[in-house]
Design a protein around this ligand. Sequence first.
Ligand SMILES: *Cc1c(COP(=O)(O)O)cnc(C)c1O
Length: 395
Amino acid sequence: MKNRPLLMIPGPIEFDPDVLAALGAPTASHVAPNFIEEFGQALERLREVFLSEDGQPFILAGSGTLAMDSPAANLIEPGDRALAVNTGYFGDRYGDILQRYGAEVTHVRADAIGGRPTLDAVAQALDAADYKLMTITQVDTSTAVLTDVEALAGLAADRGVLVVVDGVCSIAGEELRMSDWGVDVALTASQKAVGVPPGLALFVASQRALEAWRSRTTPVLNYYADWGNWLPIMEAYEARRPSYFGTPPVNLIRALNVSLGQILAEGMGARFARHEQVGRAFQAALAALGLGQVPTDPTIAAHTLTAPTYPEGIGGGDLLPRIKEAGAILAGGLHPEIKQTYFRIGHMGATDQADTLATIAAVEAGLAAAGYAFEPGAGVSAALHVFTGAPQPQA
Ligand SMILES: *Cc1c(COP(=O)(O)O)cnc(C)c1O
């Protein structure tokens, strides 16, 4: 941290200087040979980061919501049934998107906010009707609840239902193995764990998903997001040929290629392990400080963000500016029903031990300034215990 607080929200996050430098480089033509090479490489790297063997990567100008919208537009035909495994705000949003394209949407929810539906409940829901597609939010950013994508995808695959995973708050942070787990579309956005400023919608579609799209009998009800427009472009760039449908965001794609290179150099296993350790450090710190959290059980808490509840008598309007003053920008609540009761700490991408400890120290300083009684250093110490007591992540 130099002259500004750390940006520790669930996206946008802190970005690597080499990624930011790519954004500031002179903009190439979108058909310049060096850009074609970088776009092609970014597509190949995206497939590796998503741990997909033969999926089709898409890189579009847009936010994470476009990455949700495009698979819905391309896979849903009016009258199709869709099931949303709902763990918060983004599960609701996915339901709205699917409905917009004519799907009949059923939500399976947990008993309480901060919980997740049981596998039995999802299996029963799947058996109750003939679904075409199921959505899963891997980490719902409004609740910090992590779902068991592997098990859920298995339930859907057993029944021939397409699986779409909203991994905007998780991919390149939480473990997600597209091919091994039978995920048909996995999607994210640049500004979260992928580590690139906002502006790119990123997703990979399995061959099964492309097959379902090809066998549609009605047109895709969205022009910009139609895979028919973008698939030839993605194929061309990967084959190192120029192509055009809509101007690609040249600098963002170059920055993406740099970040994906860094992610793969770290290694996916090491990256998942680092996020898990950072997540456990935040969990330990909160417990030591006596703060609750939105997930109803620590075993279902995300490793990419943490959602602590405010202590009795202290509100966000009071606490968050004090934490910022002490060096870390955090986010308020997002889930409409509990918004005023909790805050959110994002710890994706480049977040390391030093950022974690600095953020926890800032939370402690903010709590102290707000008049909360606790043992100073308790949170930092608990987090440090996690870092020193567990094997260090490989570089
Ligand atoms: C941030 C987020 C989105 C939306 O992404 P935008 O880039 O804000 O459109 C969707 N789903 C999840 C889980 C997210 O965290």
